[in-house]
Design a protein around this ligand. Structure first.
Ligand code: EPU
Length: 314
């Protein structure tokens, strides 16, 4: 396990100034409200601070991870060694780039809230992002995970994205160069994916009628509230849907697991593919329930559920 040395910490404190917190509990930064400390959590103020930070980390061979909204993430109770970087300060803003009667191109910075982007588009009559209503998290996280619902995915509206690499270069990647799939968006090999940071996405949306977009939005949000738990902390759907046949939620439901509890974690009574934190759950409670869900679904249906959530930490 990689740990920061005293010298690394001195460098980091100089480089990152007041924007670094050591031993910051990740429970404060994840929608599940669980997770041990990040060894260092850095929130750069500007893109040039971010650029200096990641090039310095690369030079020192220190691992870093980008945190989006923490909404599809389980951080283990032992926490995350190394450096975690938040983009909510340095990558902000939504800009209309060009617009005509038929369509609008806009750029959203990766640290923006995805819901803010949906509302920005809706108010101006730009159509195509309603599918994302109610999906928590940041624009960058939603791009990286190719977030979506039955109504659409990020890759449907994304035209290109800009990434920053550790040598300080910004690169535009057109959608055609990305391998997009269900809940995944993979960069081309030449972009050295894990070290790159998504800075922004450019989206193309069709012109529509504000009233019609708003009334569709109301229906989508109502349906989400009816079908999914929205009050208790969770990370959304836990497992991916198998490529054919019954959904993960149906399989877990048919296995009779709704309401099953381990410690403070519970399989939602509303939607079986959600685990909710009833108040005092630990990451270990959640991971234990997940293992049992997989085991029981496999025993009953011979189907292996694959996690949708990202699991971080050691
Ligand atoms: N179902 C059950 N029992 C349950 C839950 C669902 O029988 O406990 C049945 C429903 O009755 C329905 C079917 O399963 O016939 C599908 O359910 P739902 O419409 O709720 O969709 P889903 O496939 O479970 C997917 C995404 C959600 C997204 C919804 C809405 C995945 C893993 N999940 O859920 O995404 O919000 O569609 O489009 O692809 C997420 O990614 O975190 C997420 C929540």
């Amino acid at each position: 396990m990689m740990r920061l040395t005293a010298d690394d910490r001195k460098w980091l404190s100089d480089a990152a100034g007041g924007s670094v917190c050591y031993g910051e509990p990740m429970a404060r930064h994840t929608s599940f409200r669980v997770g041990g400390p990040a060894e260092a959590l850095v929130t750069p103020a500007t893109i040039s601070d971010l650029s200096l930070l990641i090039s310095g980390l690369k030079d020192r061979k220190l691992p870093y991870r980008i945190l989006g909204g923490g909404t599809n993430l389980i951080v283990r109770d032992s926490g995350i060694p190394g450096v975690v970087i938040r983009l909510q300060q340095c990558c902000r803003g939504i800009t209309v780039e060009s617009s005509n009667n038929a369509q609008t191109a806009l750029t959203a910075m990766s640290g923006e809230n995805l819901q803010k982007l949906c509302v920005f588009a809706m108010r101006r009559g730009f159509q195509g992002l309603n599918f994302a209503l109610g999906i928590p998290g940041t624009v960058g996280g939603a791009i990286r995970m190719n977030a979506g619902t039955a109504l659409g995915w990020m890759s449907d509206v994304l035209e290109s994205l800009i990434v920053l690499d550790p040598s300080g270069r910004m690169k535009t990647i057109p959608k055609a160069d990305l391998r997009v799939a269900y809940r995944s968006m993979v960069f081309p090999d030449t972009c050295n994916a894990p070290e790159n940071v998504i800075i922004s996405g450019r989206f193309v949306l069709k012109s529509g009628d504000v009233g019609a977009i708003k009334s569709e939005a109301r229906k989508i949000l109502q349906q989400r509230r009816r079908r999914q738990p929205t009050i208790l902390p969770s990370a959304g759907c836990i497992f991916k849907n198998p490529s054919t046949g019954k959904t993960a939620g149906e399989l877990i439901d048919l296995a009779g697991l709704k309401g099953y509890k381990v410690g403070g974690a519970e399989i939602s009574l509303k939607h079986a593919n959600f685990i909710v934190n009833t108040g005092k759950a630990t990451a270990s409670d959640i991971l234990t329930i997940m293992a049992q869900m997989r085991r029981i679904v496999y025993e009953k249906f011979q189907i292996s559920l694959e996690p949708e959530v990202i699991i971080e930490g050691e």
